[in-house]
Design a protein around this ligand. Structure first.
Ligand code: COA
Length: 490
């Protein structure tokens, strides 16, 4: 007779190093995070380690056995996992799967990154390597792709730039407000609306305070099949085409929608049962979009959600009361696991009263890898609580790619980047052009900033960049005549 034993996975302990600029070595930050758990490591069966790019940031590879040794677990199986900026969540999911399968009883998950010792253009260049090679060669960086997504999002949602920037400002002010209360956070100062709008443009419309910083830091979590204070209720992961221009939609990430649906279906409860969440606010608009993609907030309510949020932690859905990536800091490989550690601290009442949410039985964490090409959603709950069970499966709605027969080149999105990767001029104009429904990202030369929806002509230069000019009425007539000419998109 076959007896199936259901294995549940619990968090036994969680810890963080201080995030920010650190003189410590990477392994020393990991040791700090492990010590912060205040839990012995003797029973650990395996170590799962996440780092995005220690090879280039600190010139070290083969980190799994090195770290196992440094934390006194030499001899214990150890493996490294990587999915760009969602690495920390990937480590959690793999550790969960190893316990769920019955292979191990106790797994230590650690995730870390060390970045601040390098100058910003070099860090930008290293981070940009997660972008599709064809798009990266234009000089596109993560902030500039996020800006292209944001500009298109405002256009498609018909939200005026001033209105949306107000919401972005609220995200930033909220993150800094809660970061100021978080002893682990990189930035511990509140910001005013004035300070936000006075801050420099990084890639229009993203300002300094819309971007997560460059950070050092580590997180550690012990997962176990023994009952603990917090249970991993559901996990989900989704991928998407790496090139932004090849996707069905750039304004609603399919990778998050799939990850969320899988996590909800596994957990058996849906977005209306979530008490608080930790969202991937590497750029402030990504927190806003993440709330929509996970179904936590409806699009018609999204701007209102950010109005009057004085006491955000006691509201219906507290988001990033840790300070988020924006204010706690974003050591790229660590953040996905740091979100789990923060949520565990909240669910086990380790936060100060002034920033505790009103309800904390359930939580959702959301982590974006690359420019949303490998995303995760993790759901947690306190054991033995009653939750409204999902009455039907959570379905991922497919975004239909908008087909068009228009043979003219139209600006699909545009940004001016003021902080490009090393080797590219400042500022750098980046444009996504659309023709017959196909998109292409190009580095542009343009007299005036481009407007989404406008028709353009361009000439291609030898370095691959394009010189963009407004398309005149006469050009349109000429184009109509040679309607069947195939013009290749750069
Ligand atoms: N938010 C708030 N303040 C920031 C900041 C941020 N993101 N980044 C830097 N600062 C502060 C610094 O602490 C410093 O303050 P100080 O003068 O009081 O010491 C000041 O701003 C200037 O810092 P600096 O390091 O010179 O800024 P920078 O222009 O070199 O870098 C960004 C700013 C936004 C370009 C950089 O942080 C960045 O590239 N962030 C995005 C990283 C990224 O892409 N991560 C992956 C996402 S998935």
């Amino acid at each position: 007779m076959l007896i199936l034993v259901m294995i549940n996975v619990y968090i036994k302990a969680a810890g963080l190093s201080k995030f920010g600029k650190s003189k410590q070595r990477l392994y020393s930050l990991i040791k700090d995070a492990c010590a912060d758990m205040n839990h012995p490591l003797e029973e650990i069966d395996a170590v799962y380690i996440g780092m995005m790019n220690p090879e280039e940031f600190i010139g070290i590879g083969n980190y799994a056995s090195f770290i196992a040794d440094k934390i006194g677990l030499s001899g214990v199986p150890s493996v490294r996992i990587e999915t760009a900026s969602s690495t920390g969540a990937a480590v959690l999911l793999q550790a969960y799967a190893a316990i769920k399968s019955g292979l191990y009883k106790n797994v230590l998950a650690v995730a870390a990154e060390k970045m601040t010792h390098l100058p910003t253009p070099q860090v930008t260049k290293i981070i940009s390597e997660v972008i599709d090679p064809s798009e990266r060669k234009t000089g596109a960086s993560m902030p500039s792709l996020a800006a292209l997504v944001t500009n298109r999002f405002m256009y498609e949602q018909k939200i005026k730039k001033e209105k949306f920037q107000q919401a972005m400002c609220s995200v930033a002010m909220k993150s800094h407000k809660y970061g100021a209360l978080n002893p682990y956070a990189q930035f511990r100062k509140e910001i005013t609306e004035e300070k936000y709008f006075d801050s420099k443009l990084v890639s229009d419309p993203l300002r300094l305070y819309d971007c997560s910083p460059i950070s050092d830091g580590a997180a550690a979590v012990i997962l176990s099949n023994e009952k603990g204070d917090v249970e991993i209720a559901g996990v989900g992961q989704g991928t998407d085409k790496q090139a932004l221009s090849k996707r069905d939609s750039i304004t609603s990430f399919a990778s998050t929608r799939k990850a969320a649906a899988d996590a909800y279906n596994l957990a058996g409860f849906g977005p209306s049962s979530i008490d608080f969440s930790e969202m991937h606010d590497a750029f402030t608009p990504f927190e806003i979009m993440g709330l929509l993609e996970t179904g936590l907030v409806k699009v018609k309510d999204i701007l209102k959600f950010y109005e009057d949020k004085e006491d955000h932690n006691t509201g219906r859905l507290p988001v990033n009361i840790s300070g988020g990536l924006k204010s706690r800091g974003h050591p790229v490989g660590a953040s996905g696991l740091a979100q789990i550690a923060e949520s565990y601290r909240i669910m086990t009442e380790k936060y100060e009263k002034e920033r505790m949410p009103a309800k904390y039985d359930t939580c959702l964490t959301h982590s974006i890898g690359g420019l949303a090409s490998n995303n995760f959603v993790i759901l947690m709950k306190r054991p033995d609580i009653k939750i409204k069970i999902l009455s039907k499966k959570h379905i991922v709605k497919k975004e239909e790619k908008k087909e068009s027969k228009d043979k003219r080149f139209q600006v699909f999105s545009y940004t001016r980047l003021y902080s490009p990767p090393s080797g590219f001029p400042t500022p750098l104009d980046l444009v996504i052009l659309r023709r017959k429904g196909r998109l292409a990202l190009a580095r542009a030369e343009t007299e005036q900033p481009l407007k989404i929806g406008q028709y353009v002509n361009f000439t291609q230069k030898v370095d691959g960049s394009i010189v963009v000019e407004k398309s005149s009425f006469l050009d349109l007539i000429k184009k109509k005549k040679k309607d069947d000419d195939e013009i290749s998109i750069p």
